[in-house]
Design a binder for this molecule. Structure first.
Ligand code: PEP
Length: 251
């Protein structure tokens, strides 16, 4: 059975003291609830080791927001998958649209990142999604299929089964404009069918597919009620413990 998951993506927000405070608040809030989903926070590299020391990892998973496409060496400013893993983090967001858009990440680089993440025991939260013009041109199905095929389909079924996918329509990220629950269901079901075509029904049924894009406490319940929406990747609303918890409690 696939898992329901709510994962926060803090992006480039919070100083270390602010991040520690937020992580502690989420960690404490989780003590008081019977969460019906796995809860993860993905935080800046600078915060990983410190946050790892203040949260209960049985309740709250910890991840990075990226990792390098090389294992070590002369790549000034990069942070490798083994470095991330050495902080205690066990997840990593890969292929976020902001990385694709602003830092030129391609399926070729992402392929390497996914392999290195998996080889170092990290669970990739792999993001896919179309831009507005592609949606308006009716190309969203084709776009997500190509993103999956190009970066992930050389993985073995065993390795593919370790991934979490996040469908994030770029036009909904940070815009306040959310995909409707029917739009999310339609494309999540399609993504699952693409996975089934390559890896078979069992792998497809066991893959968690999260929705991301202006998800908040007020719309999370309807989105998560859809059969192929297995949770959310949350940006803005993950920066306050109460709104993040409001989404966690939507399950
Ligand atoms: C994201 O960046 O992954 C995201 C979903 O952002 P937001 O929730 O702010 O739209």
């Amino acid at each position: 059975m696939r898992k329901n998951i709510v994962a926060g993506n803090w992006k480039m927000n919070t100083t270390l003291p602010e991040g520690l405070q937020l992580a502690k608040e989420v960690n404490d809030a989780l003590k008081g609830v019977d969460a019906k989903c796995d809860v993860i926070i993905c935080v800046p590299f600078t915060h990983l080791a410190s946050i790892n020391g203040v949260i209960d990892k049985n309740r709250l998973g910890l991840g990075a927001e990226n990792c390098a496409d090389h294992v070590s060496g002369a790549y000034t400013g990069e942070v490798s998958a083994p470095m991330v893993a050495s902080t205690g983090a066990t997840y990593v967001i890969l292929g976020h649209s902001e990385r694709r858009q602003y830092y030129g990440e391609t399926s070729e680089t992402l392929k390497e990142k996914v392999k290195l993440a998996l080889a170092n025991g990290l669970t990739p939260i792999f993001c896919i999604g179309e831009v507005l013009e592609e949606r308006e041109a009716g190309k969203h199905f084709e776009v997500v299929k190509t993103q999956i095929e190009d970066a992930l389909f050389d993985l073995s079924a065993e390795d593919f089964s370790k991934l979490i996918l996040a469908y994030e329509p770029v036009w909904a990220i940070g815009t306040g404009k959310t995909a409707t629950d029917d739009q999310a269901q339609e494309i999540h079901a399609y993504i699952r069918s693409v996975i089934e075509g390559k890896y078979g029904k069992e792998v497809a049924e066991n893959t968690s597919i999260l929705y991301g894009g202006s998800c908040k406490p007020s719309n999370a319940k309807a989105l998560f009620a859809k059969p192929d929406v297995d949770g959310g990747l949350i940006g803005g609303a993950a920066l306050k413990a109460d709104s993040f918890m409001g989404i966690v409690e939507a399950f």
